[in-house]
Design a protein. Sequence first.
Length: 104
Amino acid sequence: MAGQGLIKSLAEQERELAERLEEARRQAEQRVQEAEAEARRLLEEEERALAEHERSFREELRKELRHLEEQARKQAEAVARSVREEAASHLDQAVQAVFRGILP
């Protein structure tokens, strides 16, 4: 009789341990799923932040490029104006030299 009680007790303990093991497995599986979902959420958040950073960087780059183009255009116009003025001065001098050579 005592042996039967011991066997029942051991069987009950084994069943309880199996239930606890199954519950632990379910909890671990749930935690893994939650961790995977959190990892996906974080990845999506970082990808959005990266895309926004890239968009912002490209916009800033476009602004800087427009600024540099404007500076280059103004500088080219200033150089062209200076060259025209100098050419006009040289032309006036050449015309005067020709007139001095022709006219007494």
